[in-house]
Design a protein around this ligand. Structure first.
Ligand SMILES: NC(=O)c1ccc[n+]([C@@H]2O[C@H](COP(=O)([O-])OP(=O)(O)OC[C@H]3O[C@@H](n4cnc5c(N)ncnc54)[C@H](OP(=O)(O)O)[C@@H]3O)[C@@H](O)[C@H]2O)c1
Length: 385
C-alpha cells in the first residue's frame, strides 16, 4: 500500500462530492465513464455505441457506490447495461469475488483512477460472453470467460449482472468449471503465481519455500503452486490449520505463535530456505533473513504501515533479495500468462481455496464488511441466484 496518490490529473480525489439520495432511474455509461442522465432523458433515448445485442436487457442490477466511503454506502440498484467498445466484450456475470483490495478501493484507502460515479465495485468475475466489440473477435458469444481486471485503473467494476471487459484482460475459462470455485481461486492464485514465477523467477525441486499466512487465501495458493512445481513448502499457520495446509502443499507446518519458532524453522530447513513468501503482513524480517539461504528471496504482498527492521549486514552478506509487488500494477501480458497457468491447474482439478460465504448481489455491502472483518475464506457474490 502506498500513501502516494495514483490518481491522474482531473480524477476524483479522496474528497468526492457528497452523494445524493438513491436515484430510481437507471444510468447509462458514456465513453468517459458513467454519467447520470437527467430524469427527463430515459436511457432508451441515449443509444449505446453499438446496437444492443439480442436478449440483453437495457438495465441490470449492480452493486455500486456514489462516492468513496464505508461498505454501508454500497447500493444495489438498476444501472444501464454497458455497451462494449470495439476492443471490449460484454459478459453476463455468473460470480464475483470480493478481495481485500476491492474494499481498499471502495474506501479510498488505495488510490486508483475511477471511471466516475456511480462506480460499480469489484475486480474478478466469471461469466459468459454475450456480445463482442468489432475488434474483439478472439471471443464468441456463449463462451465461458474470467477476468480480474475490472474496478481499477479507470475501469468499471464486476459486481453486476453484466460487465464489459477489455479483451487483453479477458481469458477463456476451461470447460466444466464451477463459477464460484473458479472466481474464488483467481485473485489469490494469480498473486501467488506472479510472486513465485515472475518476481522470484521460479521455484522447483531443491527449493524450500516458507509461506507466511499459509492457511489464508493467498498463502494456500502459494503453497499449492510451489508444491506443484516440486518445491518443499514449510507453512506458517496455527496448529488447528495443519490439516488444511498439509492437504494444500505443505510438507511441514510450524505454528507461527510458538516461542521456539527460530529453532523449529532451522530444523525444517537445515540448509536454509530459498524463498520466504509472506502473505500475513506480519513478517519478522530479522528471522526471515536468518532462515534464508544465500541468494534467497523475501516476497512481500502485505504489511503494516510501520517501518520494519531489516538486518542489513546479514542481508547483503547472504546476497538476498527483497521483492514487493501489487497485482494491481501487473501488466496485462503478465496477468494473461498467470491466468493461463491458473486455468490449466483448475482444468486438472487442482488449486483449491477456502470458500467463506456465497451471497446474492443484494448483500454486496455485507460481503465487503465480511472481508474487512477478515472472515476466513473467500467471499463470493452471485448476481442471479
Ligand atoms: N500485493 C498484492 O498483489 C496482493 C494480492 C492479494 C492479496 N494481497 C494482500 O495479502 C493479504 C492476505 O490476503 P488473504 O486474502 O490471503 O488474507 P487471509 O485469507 O486473511 O490470510 C491472511 C493470513 O495471515 C495470517 N496471519 C495473521 N496474523 C498473523 C501473524 N501475526 N503471524 C502469522 N500469520 C498471521 C492469518 O492467519 P490466521 O488464520 O491464523 O489468523 C491468515 O491465514 C491481504 O493483506 C491482502 O490485501 C496482496
Amino acid at each position: 500500500m502506498t500513501g502516494r496518490s495514483l490518481l491522474g490529473p482531473g480524477e476524483e480525489d479522496d474528497d468526492p462530492a457528497p452523494s445524493g439520495p438513491v436515484r430510481p432511474d437507471p444510468v447509462r455509461p458514456d465513453p468517459a465513464g458513467l454519467t447520470d442522465l437527467p430524469e427527463s432523458d430515459p436511457p432508451d433515448h441515449d443509444p449505446p455505441a453499438s446496437p444492443d445485442p439480442p436478449g440483453v436487457p437495457v438495465t441490470m442490477r449492480a452493486a455500486y457506490v456514489d462516492r468513496l466511503g464505508p461498505a454501508e454506502d454500497i447500493r444495489v440498484g438498476e444501472l444501464v447495461v454497458p455497451a462494449p467498445a470495439p476492443d471490449e466484450v460484454l459478459v453476463r456475470v455468473e460470480a464475483v469475488a470480493v478481495n481485500p483490495v476491492d474494499t481498499y478501493i471502495r474506501s479510498g484507502r488505495y488510490r486508483t483512477p475511477l471511471p466516475g460515479f456511480p462506480f460499480v465495485v469489484g475486480r474478478d468475475l466469471v461469466g459468459v460472453v454475450e456480445a463482442c466489440g468489432v475488434a474483439a473477435d478472439a471471443f464468441v458469444p456463449g463462451q465461458r470467460v474470467w477476468t480480474n481486471g475490472l474496478g481499477y485503473a479507470g475501469r468499471q467494476g464486476a459486481a453486476a449482472e453484466y460487465a464489459v471487459v477489455p479483451v487483453d484482460r479477458l481469458y477463456p475459462l476451461p470447460d466444466g468449471l464451477d463459477p464460484v470455485r473458479s472466481v474464488a481461486v483467481f485473485h489469490p492464485a494469480v498473486t501467488a503465481y506472479l510472486g513465485l514465477f515472475r518476481h522470484v523467477g521460479g521455484v522447483g525441486p531443491g527449493d524450500t519455500v516458507v509461506v507466511g499466512g499459509a492457511a489464508g487465501n493467498v498463502g494456500s495458493s502459494v503453497s499449492q503452486l510451489a508444491a506443484f512445481a516440486g518445491a518443499r513448502v514449510i507453512a506458517l499457520a496455527r496448529t488447528e490449520d495443519a490439516t488444511w495446509c498439509r492437504k494444500h502443499g505443505a510438507a511441514a507446518v510450524v505454528d507461527y505463535r510458538v516461542e521456539d519458532l527460530r529453532e523449529r524453522l532451522a530444523e525444517e530447513a537445515p540448509g536454509g530456505a530459498t524463498v520466504w513468501f509472506d502473505t500475513s503482513g506480519r513478517i519478522d524480517l530479522e528471522l526471515a533473513v536468518e532462515v534464508l539461504a544465500d541468494r534467497g528471496a523475501v516476497v512481500l504482498v502485505a504489511g503494516r504501515p510501520e517501518p520494519a527492521a531489516l538486518p542489513i549486514p546479514l542481508f547483503y552478506l547472504k546476497s538476498l533479495r527483497l521483492l514487493g509487488f501489487v497485482i494491481t500494477t501487473a501488466p496485462a501480458a503478465e496477468l494473461a500468462d498467470a491466468a493461463r497457468v491458473v486455468g490449466a491447474h483448475l482444468a486438472e482439478g487442482r488449486l483449491d481455496v477456502r470458500i467463506g460465504e456465497v451471497l446474492p448481489l443484494d448483500q454486496a455491502a455485507r460481503a465487503h464488511q465480511l472481508v474487512e472483518h477478515r472472515v476466513r475464506g473467500r467471499v463470493i457474490l452471485v448476481p442471479r441466484t
